[in-house]
Structures are given as C-alpha cells and as structure tokens.
Design a protein around this ligand. Structure first.
Ligand SMILES: O=C(O)CCC(=O)C(=O)O
Length: 219
C-alpha cells in the first residue's frame, strides 16, 4: 500500500510534484505487461500524425478516450476507425493513489477520476517537443508515470515554450503530477538516456510514459 507514506519529493513549480521511485519494480513489471496487452488493440500504438504533416517520433496509444491533435473521441478516426478500449479500473485506482501521495491529500486522491490515459513509447531517438496538455475540458491534474530509460523532462511555464523551465530527470518508477497553477504549463522530453532502464521491468529498451487525465467530456 503506497498511500501517504512520506517520500522524498521535489516541487519544480507550484502544483507540480516529482516523487522519485514511486512505483515498485513489481508494479512497473505489471504495467509493462498490461501495456503490451492494451497495445494489441482494438486501437494499436501509432506514430501520431500532426495537422501540419509531421509525425511524432514517439508512439502513442490511448484508453478511455482516444487523443489526436487537438481533440478526444471514442472512435480512433485517425488510426483504424475502431472504438477505443474502456479506461481500466486498475488505472483509476493507481491515479487516485498517485494523486493522494503526490499532494499528501487523501481527499484530493479520492476525488480524482481520470478517464483517459495516453501511453507513449519512446524508441531510439524519440523525443517530445514543448507543448501544453490543453485538449481536456477539465483542469484536474495530470498524473505521469515513467518506466524504462531515464529522460530529461523539461517543465516550463504557462506562457511560452521557452524559459523559464526546469529540467527534471525522470527515472523508471518516478511519478510526476502537475495541477493547480501548473496544470497548463508547457512541458516536453528533449532527451532520453538509452541503456539506463532496468530490463527487470520487462522493458528491454526505451521508455514508457503513461499520463492519466480527466477529459471533462461525456458520451
Ligand atoms: O513522456 C513524458 O514524460 C511526457 C509525455 C507528455 O508530455 C504527453 O503525453 O503529453
């Protein structure tokens, strides 16, 4: 049981909390196994196509609601036209625990009801540019879980893609939550450090990141 065990943490910005080593090795292994099963479909992982013609270097899949720039839907129109899988209870529970631990606030954790997850896989050379998570209609916090290779996670401000920002090393098992005044901060992943993950997670190479979100959508 992880809830409300005092843990080392840092606060790169108001409302943003980094809790290193939050997931145990067993939990990471279970998540890797689950991600492999989820990746079988109905909507598989894909390199997301951007409206201006580019393609993201990370591969992404979603559960609950399907994300494409700049909208959520139940049907993955930009992939294979299938309806996205239901949001799993195991991630609802994980999200509640994560929020309670990060904010040291059991009530906030109990009230957290994520309904979508974006699961990103960073293969060789993959990065993610600075962006805001703002396609959600809700300002509930984003819960981010990392497994595999360590990355540089650049966490910035709500006004511009540029400085000021803080570079945080996110290692396997780390939790990062951003809400409140940081909910719409620009962030990105300029670098992944190959070979830094522990193959005992079940991920031989690369990096997995899961972001749990509340879309604020119905239907
Ligand atoms: O991989 C990460 O740590 C960040 C992912 C991210 O920014 C996103 O999915 O919007």
């Amino acid at each position: 049981m992880n809830a409300l065990i005092p843990r080392p943490r840092s606060h790169p910005a108001p409302g943003a909390v980094h809790v290193p080593g939050w997931l145990s090795l067993d939990e990471q292994r279970e998540l890797v196994t689950a991600c492999r099963a989820w990746a079988r479909g109905p909507v598989p992982m894909r390199h997301t196509r951007l409206p201006r013609g580019g393609v993201m270097s990370v591969q992404t899949m979603c559960l609950g609601w399907h994300w494409r720039p700049y909208a959520y839907s139940r049907i993955a129109h930009d992939v294979n036209g299938a309806r996205v899988a239901e949001f799993p209870d195991v991630l609802s529970e994980l999200g509640r625990r994560a929020l309670a631990d990060a904010y040291e606030d059991e009530a906030a954790g109990a009230a957290y009801a994520p309904d979508t997850v974006l699961i990103n896989h960073y293969g060789e050379g993959a990065t993610m540019g600075m962006h805001q998570d703002k396609d959600e209609k809700s300002s509930a916090p984003v819960v981010s879980l990392s497994i595999g290779d360590t990355c540089v996670f650049r966490f910035g401000n709500t006004e511009t893609r540029g400085k000021p920002y803080t570079d945080v090393e996110l290692a396997s098992g780390d939790l990062f939550v951003f809400g409140g005044p940081s909910r719409f901060a620009y962030h990105g992943v300029p670098k992944v450090r190959p070979g830094t993950g522990d193959p005992a997670t079940g991920l031989a190479a690369g990096r997995l990141n899961l972001t749990l979100r509340v879309t604020g959508l119905t239907g």
